[in-house]
Design a protein around this ligand. Structure first.
Ligand code: ZN
Length: 497
């Protein structure tokens, strides 16, 4: 075996360990009894340490020096480049720190779930402090040019920095508050209370599966379960991609759009290049690109009039009591009502990004020590009042709502807003290429759009960085303009402004 082939085999093994880790994690979030937390934390910490050791060993370093990909390997260069990037980043982190972080976050995750359930921030605070300490230590070891945040964000969005994001977010914030102001005197305002009627959970589960299938989710290569916080995970490659959803009897959107969102993630995972299976090049580009896929299917398709033109009659039959008297127009308005609210995952498309801008600011302050953990709830509530004009009634609906910080995932949130922007850029490009995209969606045909995404985004694996990929596919660098146009046209029509 050549050095390159040995290197690939090493990374395939690392990927196999990662898949085992993902399965442990999936189980913890879905079916594991709460008594399993401590044992699971130890298993996860051990596997994380083994992965880290294998990745950063001297053998990996030696193979990287000699690895020359064959010309016939279309992903050869990407494999070597990506392997080197991962090696160099991880090499800076001592195994002990990796193990301590994995263990602390597995315990913090369960403490967070309890604290949120009881609305008791004090129970979560010490765990959050520990994780912030560990992440500061990691960021300082990895190194950065701008601020600590960059070193952490690089794990989720390689190549992106806080300095590059800040002006885009500032523009996004101004645009959003201006647009919200323009809605204040709108002649029309949709009634979204119909979404909080009674929607039997067993029927919601059936509808979720049907919608997932309508978006081409492959149940032979994936499954859908329930969890408190919906997610998508790949258990080793495109052949086993799992999503979860959450059912609320009196809120249809949670499961319906939650499912379409996670299906978007899953379609990306199911479409990654088989030629680079388990190899470094065979993974998703970044979380921002990942989120562009979930938001595209959830919002640009799933909340479009075209989509419901085809699917609404069936939905009315599923929920005759809740939707029998609701016209398609009224339903379309309800699922697109714009209303500043407390919970990020249930926010409308217009105000959603403000939730991200808020988190982006607060977590940078937490990392830099400008904001103390104990002051977080108050600071959170102030920012909510300032940006969205609403104040949480409790911490469970405020700073305890997201799982991310309990996982030690600092620098993750911006990828959501980047995803929203990338989604609009990609959708515009798809429409230009496919011509009558809206008519296709109206006829229930989503395969051509998926094929286009497969070819232009999924099939590349990690060949390009996010910014480069988007520029190649759309002809333009990251821009807020397509999102702004989309918002003005769509919500302008819904509200008559
Ligand atoms: Zn997502």
């Amino acid at each position: 075996m050549s050095a390159y082939e040995q290197l690939l085999e090493r990374f395939r093994d690392i990927s196999r360990l990662g898949a085992s880790l993902a399965l442990l994690d999936w189980d913890q979030e879905t079916y594991m009894p709460s008594g399993g937390v401590e044992g699971r934390a130890e298993q996860i910490a051990l596997l994380s340490a083994l992965m880290h050791e294998k990745l950063t060993s001297d053998e990996t370093g030696a193979l990287l020096e000699r690895a020359e990909p064959g010309r016939s390997d279309a992903f050869g260069e990407t494999n070597v480049r990506e392997a080197r990037r991962q090696y160099e980043r991880e090499k800076k982190l001592p195994t002990d720190l990796v193990r301590r972080t994995a263990q602390a976050s597995a315990v913090a995750k369960s403490a967070w779930a309890k604290a949120r359930g009881k609305d008791d921030f004090a129970e979560f605070a010490p765990h959050l402090s520990t994780l912030i300490e560990l992440k500061r230590e990691a960021a300082d070891l990895i190194g950065f040019e701008g601020e600590r945040y960059d070193a952490l964000m690089d794990e989720f969005e390689p190549g992106m920095t806080a300095a590059a994001i800040a002006p885009v977010f500032a523009e996004l914030r101004t645009f959003t508050s201006d647009f919200l102001k323009s809605l204040e005197d709108a002649p029309r305002s949709p009634d979204d209370s119909i979404l909080t009627r009674v929607y039997p959970i067993d029927v919601q589960a059936r509808v979720s599966r049907r919608l997932a299938a309508a978006l081409n989710f492959d149940f032979e290569r994936g499954r859908c379960d329930e969890s408190a916080h919906p997610f998508c995970t790949s258990i080793g490659g495109p052949g086993d991609v799992r999503i979860t959803t959450r059912y609320l009897e009196r809120f249809l959107s949670s499961s319906m759009f939650g499912t379409m969102h996670e299906v978007g993630h899953a379609l990306y995972e199911q479409g990654l290049p088989r030629e680079a299976l388990f190899a470094p090049a065979g993974e998703a580009v970044s979380l921002g690109i990942h989120e562009s896929q979930s938001r595209l299917w959830e919002n640009l398709v799933g909340r479009s009039l075209a989509f419901w033109n085809h699917h609404y009659a069936a939905l009315q039959q599923d929920f005759p009591e809740a939707l029998g008297d609701v016209s398609l127009d009224a339903f379309y308005g309800a699922i697109n009502a714009v209303k500043p609210s407390l919970i990020r995952v249930e926010a409308d498309e217009v105000t959603y990004n403000l939730h991200i801008v808020l988190r982006f600011e607060l977590e940078r302050e937490l990392l830099e020590g400008k904001l103390a953990v104990n002051d977080l709830p108050e600071r959170w509530n102030e920012s909510m009042r300032e940006m969205l004009g609403v104040v949480p009634d409790c911490n469970a609906n405020g700073c305890l709502q997201d799982i991310h910080w309990s996982m030690g995932a600092f620098g993750y949130f911006p990828t959501y807003a980047l995803g929203n922007l990338y989604a609009c850029q990609l959708f515009d490009a798809a429409r230009a290429a496919l011509g009558d995209l809206d008519e296709q969606i109206s006829r229930g045909e989503t395969q051509p759009l998926l094929n286009w995404l497969r070819e232009n985004v999924h099939a590349h694996g990690k060949r390009y960085e996010a910014a480069e990929l988007v520029e190649r596919v759309t002809g333009k660098p990251l821009s807020m303009a397509p999102f702004a146009t989309y918002v003005r046209e769509k919500f302008g029509a819904v509200y008559g402004v």
